[in-house]
Design a protein around this ligand. Sequence first.
Ligand SMILES: [Zn+2]
Ligand SMILES: [Zn+2]
Length: 123
Amino acid sequence: MSGPQFVCGRRVRLPPSFLLLPLDAPARVVRCELAEHPPDHEHMAFAAERPGSRDEAVWAAWADTDSEVRFHVLPDCDTGNDASAGPEEEFCTLYAGHIPRCSWAIEDPESAVEMLLATLPPL
Ligand SMILES: [Zn+2]
Ligand SMILES: [Zn+2]
């Protein structure tokens, strides 16, 4: 195993036309959820669940050189981390066929900060 790998985290604003679709899009601005990757691979961010499907989702794809956002319906990865005996079992939230690594093996400094803030008592 090599050291920790961090999430790419590049942000993009979803086009207004997408937000008009009858999808339950949780955010207007999404972050690339892949592990840090070479610039010739598109950024990929979860955009919405696919209505009526339990194992497919709508993903936003864009490139550094071309900020036009394209959308793909992709099946879930759902690969587990094999910690089946215990509370540590996690399943990948990315799409099938993504570049390594799975989401449970990617460090996200921003979500670590958010989780820490969530444990603090309110001011
Ligand atoms: Zn990316
Ligand atoms: Zn995966």
